[in-house]
Design a protein around this ligand. Structure first.
Ligand SMILES: [Zn+2]
Length: 138
């Protein structure tokens, strides 16, 4: 299901299509918990450092949650693009310290991403391949 959502950037309004079909309600007490495509998930607002993290709301229980919940990116405050590039860099053999300098991200943060990527290896593999496809086609 696709909803039109207005994102306010300064005085500019951007209309974009948001496909909510991949999201579901995370509230275990909700009747629609863990079910996709029930029509109960609506875009709520953007938040995060660069206002790029979408928050969604369940219309049944009124709980909101981050689009990143349950994913590698949950609670990470740095842009996805930067995280993916930095991880790719380390996976190509670049050390933690040079990666830290190149992307201007604390080395301990990079280290935590690398460790966390190990726990989400299937997801990371998918992100890397999508990222590569996007780059080569764009
Ligand atoms: Zn709910």
């Amino acid at each position: 299901m696709v909803f039109i959502y207005l994102k306010e950037v300064g005085i500019m309004k951007i209309t974009e299509d948001i496909d909510t079909s991949k999201y579901f309600c995370w509230n275990p007490g909700c009747s629609e918990h863990n079910k996709k495509n029930q029509g109960n998930i609506k875009p709520a607002y953007y938040d995060g450092k660069d206002k790029e993290i979408l928050y969604l709301k369940c219309t049944i229980c009124n709980k909101t949650f981050s689009e990143n919940k349950g994913t590698f990116f949950f609670r990470k405050k740095i842009k996805k693009d930067t995280i993916v590039k930095a991880l790719k860099s380390t996976s190509e053999g670049q050390g933690i310290r040079p990666t830290s300098r190149i992307f201007d991200v604390d080395k301990n943060t990079i280290l935590s991403w690398v460790k966390d990527a190990g726990n989400h290896s299937n997801e990371i593999e998918k992100i890397f391949s999508e990222f590569t496809t996007k780059r080569s086609s764009g």
